[in-house]
Design a protein around this ligand. Structure first.
Ligand code: GLU
Length: 440
């Protein structure tokens, strides 16, 4: 096994949606492609918004998608470790206490903007005297803490975006601990990635600036900087364009009958130069992964397109990939799959073809005649039309008067799948009995 390790690090503050599912899919596929490990990290430092219910739901979705993880960690269980690192970095002068209130920071920000300058924190806290600090403390102010960036160029070769470059002079020292002592995302994430030996981080491009800051954090820890790849955000899913799509939960898609592999195939190829095609298992999809095929523009996610793709996926699904779920034989599956929208639609066909059914006789004379001229088996997709033309001749009936009683006798329903498809699946024995008015 290689040393490659990736992680998916959701915050359990909501249900899995298309956006974070895409991140999980890419990370998992990369781990598989490179023969590495996939880790689940629960980013639950925000105690107020993190909920067990969300965490359970996201585990369920990952399992359903087949994105299994070899290892897991929980940030709320690692606070002591984070504090230990903070103490060390503070002693080294890389973390410093600040006493400005949110209002004061806002005033400073506006003042800089008015002068046409970037709103970068001026590090005023670094020049506070002991007396000033004591006065703030006496006032009841509690410090928040910032990570001190060092001057220089921060660059990396992004797996998706190519060469990326930031000048630290244009970035503000990020706040890493709030006034109430709680951790912001940046530093714990880096400590975890370093401690767990994460080698590759694939995430949304909304994290690009964070990456610049975090590279300096990895360096401050003396850790190896991982590889980064930033995925262009989907439009229509990140809440920007459409609230409705943004909140679209994967659970709901699953309940609708969207297949796990249809979601993974769709998300892995959306926004790449490759066609979106069905992949029937994650290994094959992983083998096809090529991050350099991702474009730089933000792909549009349209749930209707996903639904259509799912239909296409279901209709092309090889029997061995669904056999365990459907309880019909291969011939049955191959005959009906072209008419299904979701796999569960197979139940309509199973009910008609495999279960006992009390026929409805609208024209007993006609259906008896029909039974008598049923051709011998084997039957195929052509059997029905040959049989019906013959019946038309012998009965001198046509149109609705001919078709409706036949359908009611064979299926006991006025509507349903095409009879031409159904007949071979019902089989001669059942068809004969039903046409004769016998439950079969
Ligand atoms: N919990 C963070 C998020 O969901 C993780 C970001 C990352 O991958 O580093 O945005």
């Amino acid at each position: 096994m290689s040393n490659i390790k990736v992680r998916f690090a959701p915050s359990p503050t909501g249900y899995m949606h298309i956006g974070n599912t895409r991140t999980a899919v890419f990370n998992w596929l990369l781990a598989r492609k490179l023969g590495g490990k996939f880790m689940l990290r629960i980013d639950d430092t925000d105690v107020l918004r993190s909920k067990k219910e969300y965490e359970d739901a996201l585990r369920d979705v990952l399992k359903w998608l087949g994105l299994n993880w070899e290892e897991e960690a929980r940030q709320s269980a690692r606070l002591d470790r984070y504090r230990e690192v903070v103490a060390k970095l503070q002693a080294e002068g890389r973390i410093y206490a600040c006493y400005e209130t949110a209002e004061e920071l806002e005033v400073m920000r506006k003042r800089l903007m008015n002068r046409g300058l970037p709103p970068i924190y001026d590090r005023g806290a670094l020049s506070l005297t002991k007396e000033q600090i004591a006065a703030y403390e006496a006032e009841g102010r509690r410090p928040h803490y910032r990570f001190k960036l060092v001057p220089g160029v921060i660059e990396w070769q992004d797996l998706v975006r190519g060469h990326c470059r930031y000048d630290a002079a244009n970035l503000a020292d990020p706040v890493i601990i709030r006034e109430d002592g709680s951790f912001l995302y940046h530093l714990p994430s880096v400590i975890d990635d370093a401690d767990f030996g994460i080698t590759h981080i694939i995430r949304g491009e909304d994290h690009v600036t964070n990456t610049a800051l975090q590279i300096q954090m990895f360096e401050a820890l003396g850790a190896k900087v991982p590889e980064f790849g930033h995925l262009p955000l989907l439009t229509g899913t990140e809440g920007k364009l459409s609230k409705r799509l943004g909140s679209l939960g994967v659970r709901e898609l699953r309940e609708e009958g969207i297949e796990a592999m249809a979601i993974s195939s769709f998300l892995a190829k959306l926004g790449t130069s490759e066609a979106i095609e069905p992949f029937y298992d994650l290994d094959t999809l992983a083998a096809s992964l090529d991050l350099s095929k991702l474009g730089r523009s933000q792909p549009k996610f349209d749930v209707e397109e996903l639904r259509n793709f799912n239909t296409h996926y279901v209709r092309s699904l090889p029997y061995e990939k669904v056999a365990a779920r459907i309880g019909v034989n291969e011939e049955f599956w191959n005959s009906v799959r072209g008419n299904l929208n979701v796999v569960a639609d197979i139940n309509v066909w199973k009910k008609i073809c495999c279960q006992k059914l009390k026929p409805v006789l609208e024209d007993a004379e006609l259906t008896k005649q029909a039974a008598e001229i049923l051709p011998p088996e084997p039957w195929n997709g052509e059997t029905y039309s040959a049989w019906i033309s013959e019946l038309k001749k012998v009965s001198s009936k046509s149109g609705r008067a001919l078709f409706h009683p036949i359908r009611m006798a064979l299926t006991a329903a006025a509507e349903g799948p095409e009879l031409k498809m159904l007949l071979p699946l019902i089989g001669r024995e059942k068809a004969y009995s039903r046409l004769m008015g016998i439950e079969a």
